[in-house]
Design a protein around this ligand. Structure first.
Ligand code: ADP
Ligand code: MG
Length: 695
């Protein structure tokens, strides 16, 4: 093996996140190969890689069907489509010398008998001893051979100082094996170790490694939480007149879960440290009013509050809701949106800069550079999972800068300026196992009940062919004064032409439903038009709203009780749940049963069938989230790469749920009792990876 020039090699290693011998030692195999035993080619089981050995007979080039290197050995043929000329020569020479070929891979029956395509192989003399232990296989990158990487890792393993970062009592409490012996056992498995167990990441050695990794993740997130928590914030007492008046004449009685969440938020706001709370609750559980109450506390204190929504439509709806609720109390509200003229925008910005209380509502445009708040005390982010890491970072920075600009009025200039309290809201319920890790740097309030009197939403599945029936239903519903959504998957004809466009659908529905007032809403409309359409729908002026998924999050029009989702098979499970959550929002005596009709085009793929079945059978958001997770995996569900949560390489939050719980316990204790040990541990595991954990 030629030694590579150091910089080129270092670059490849860096791609794998490997910078030190410590990193290399912690770069663990993702599987193992059993080269401790030989299998006779004709006895090799189908579909399972094995090690075979046979005496070489000849090697030659063949040109059918493609240029290839064919190696004939006794009872075995090897084929290579990519090869070097030197390989052919070496094999020919070895055949003449009567040497053997030892190859690892799957054996298949071929024209000449047992055959292997592109096996890993080695030429060996008769009697070459077999490996004593399983062969580790490492995740690698283009241009870095398994052989070279393995050599580097094993060298590093001998150099690396793998002292145990965890104190003895902690190890005992969680019955953990030593770290050095665990890591060594994974790189150089014992002769009797089981391939299956090691590859499945079972056994004591993997348990220790996974524990350490989970612990590091928990620690880094808790550390980020504590760092933020240690900052100053304005303490906002919940004794102001506006809050009192509003609580005295709420538009409805809060559910117990809403009251509990409210109490948790008010308690946090009264602290002189920034709140970092997530308010989660299924679609329709009533998070908005709780947010409004929080805003009142800030206004009562003479400060500013900001409510951010991921779409203009939702921001505009918040404007209407908040105006309806808080307007009568005289709360000044500013709306920052894309449809403002330059002069209007300037006026809004000026208002935010002036030291007067105001409630600002908008999309993330609220957090552009030009927008400076004079006294931002509370920032609320609705549907926060819809914002990317970048936006969330910008948000956090914004809060810090804007309060820095004026905080000096209150605080001595040298001390840290107060940071705004933060409330995140999300309707994507996350299974507990995941939320533990995902939200380790937040406090969580959960609204786990729906307002009373909600009629359930009936879900029906209908093949495309039953469109006429569906149209009839819409006529009937609208004749009774109800409203309906018709949801389409995309706004333009896709290449294959299979998907109907919202535009087409709108045109045809308008013709088919002549007596109805039909509206169209999609993401490419100008902001003002979107707002107008939404307004008209919420006032009942539009009866049927044809829309893309722009209405997926947050939209609340209680009188809409019918939803048709076209090409439902194209939507994700969480998306279907969110969409369906737009109906069934009315409560009280007048509330009618809502119906969600899922139109699908047969034939259905297995996964589409599974999704439709899940949405048909379940209404519980947590159950749906669990199914979604099973079907798509956590990375997809949470957008983990995006989330800023340190990625796990070895542990699996679902499979290792109980270990994750233990790690969380240990993290709490360690941070309290031995913070320097905690830091050291995080450095070892996340040194090169935890830049993101601060988001
Ligand atoms: P989400 O949690 O999905 O944001 P919303 O805050 O939009 O839900 O609330 C859904 C609907 O339920 C709204 O029309 C809201 O006014 C209404 N609502 C909220 N809380 C209650 C309650 N306690 N009793 C009756 N209706 C409520
Ligand atoms: Mg909402």
């Amino acid at each position: 093996m030629k030694r590579e020039p150091a910089p080129a090699l270092a670059k490849k290693l860096a791609k794998l996140g490997l910078r030190s011998s410590q990193d290399l030692a912690l770069h663990l195999p993702h599987r193992y190969e059993d080269e401790t035993r030989l299998t006779a080619p004709e006895l090799a089981p189908a579909g399972k890689p094995v090690l075979v050995e046979a005496r070489l007979e000849r090697a030659e080039l063949a040109y059918r069907p493609k240029r290839q290197l064919v190696v004939h050995a006794e009872g075995l043929v090897l084929r290579f489509l990519n090869f070097y000329g030197s390989q052919l020569k070496a094999l020919q020479r070895a055949a003449e010398e009567g040497l053997l070929v030892r190859a690892y891979g799957e054996v298949r029956p071929g024209f000449f008998g047992a055959e292997m395509v592109h096996p890993r192989y080695r030429v060996v003399p008769v009697g070459e001893p077999l490996a004593q232990a399983l062969t580790p296989v490492y995740p690698t990158t283009a241009g870095l051979s398994q052989y070279a990487l393995r050599k580097l890792v094993l060298e590093a393993l001998d150099e690396a100082l793998l002292e145990d970062t965890l104190p003895e009592p902690l190890r005992q409490r969680h019955a953990l094996a030593g770290i050095a012996e665990s890591i060594r056992a994974l790189h150089r498995p014992a002769p009797d170790a089981s391939t299956a167990e090691l590859t499945e990441r079972g056994g004591e050695a993997w348990r220790r490694v996974k524990f350490d990794e989970l612990l590091a993740q928990q620690l880094s997130m808790r550390m980020a939480y504590r760092a933020r928590r240690s900052r100053n914030a304005l303490a906002l007492p919940s004794s102001g007149p506006l809050l009192k008046r509003f609580l005295g004449k709420l538009p409805f009685r809060l559910t117990r879960a809403q009251s509990r969440a409210m109490a948790e938020i008010l308690r946090d706001l009264a602290q002189p440290h920034p709140m970092q709370r997530l308010l989660q609750g299924d679609v329709g559980s009533g998070k908005t009013i709780v947010a409004a109450i929080g805003c009142l506390v800030a206004i009562d204190a003479g400060c500013q509050a900001a409510v951010l929504a991921p779409t203009e439509i939702l921001a505009e709806q918040h404007l209407r809701k908040f105006s309806e609720w808080l307007g009568p109390l005289g709360v000044p509200i500013a709306w920052l949106h894309g449809g403002l003229t330059a002069a209007e925008k300037k006026a809004v910005l000026k208002r935010l800069q002036s030291p007067t209380p105001v409630l600002a509502i908008g999309t993330h445009a609220l957090f552009q550079k030009k927008v400076a708040f004079s006294r931002l005390a509370l920032a609320i982010v609705d549907e926060q999972h819809r914002f990317g890491v970048e936006q969330r970072l910008a948000l956090r920075r914004k809060g810090e800068i804007s309060s820095a600009e004026t905080g000096s009025a209150q605080t001595p200039s040298r001390s840290t300026p107060p940071a705004p309290h933060q409330l995140m809201m999300s309707a994507t319920p996350i299974p507990r196992t995941l939320s533990m890790s995902y939200f380790a740097d937040l406090d969580v309030s959960t609204i786990d009940e729906l307002p009373p009197g909600r009629r359930s939403v009936a879900t029906r599945l209908a093949a495309n062919g039953r469109r006429a029936e569906v149209l009839q239903r819409i006529r009937e519903a609208c004749a009774e004064g109800q409203q309906a959504y018709w949801v389409c998957p995309v706004i333009e004809e896709s290449k294959t032409g299979e998907l109907q466009t919202a535009l087409d659908t709108f045109e045809s529905l308008r013709l088919e439903l002549k007596n109805l007032r039909v509206g169209l809403l999609h993401g490419r409309l100008p902001a003002a038009e979107k707002a107008q359409t939404m307004q008209a729908f919420s006032e009942g002026k539009i009866q049927l709203l044809v829309a893309t998924t722009v209405i997926e999050v947050g939209v609340d029009v209680p009188n809409a009780s019918l939803m048709v989702i076209e090409h439902a098979e194209r939507f994700g499970l969480a998306q279907l749940h969110q969409l369906r959550g737009r109906i069934g929002r009315a409560s009280g005596a007048t509330a009618r049963e809502s119906v969600c009709i899922l139109l699908y085009a047969a034939p259905l793929s297995a996964s589409a069938r599974a999704r439709l079945r899940a949405i048909f059978e379940t209404r519980d958001g947590f159950e749906i989230a669990r199914q979604d997770l099973l079907q798509r995996g956590p990375g997809e569900v949470l957008g983990q790469r995006q989330s800023g949560v340190p990625l796990l390489r070895y542990a699996d939050l679902e499979k290792d749920a109980s270990l994750a719980l233990e790690a969380r316990e240990a993290a709490r204790r360690l941070l309290d009792e031995e913070p320097q040990v905690a830091r050291h541990h995080v450095e070892r595991w996340l040194a090169s990876r935890h830049e993101n954990a601060q988001v």
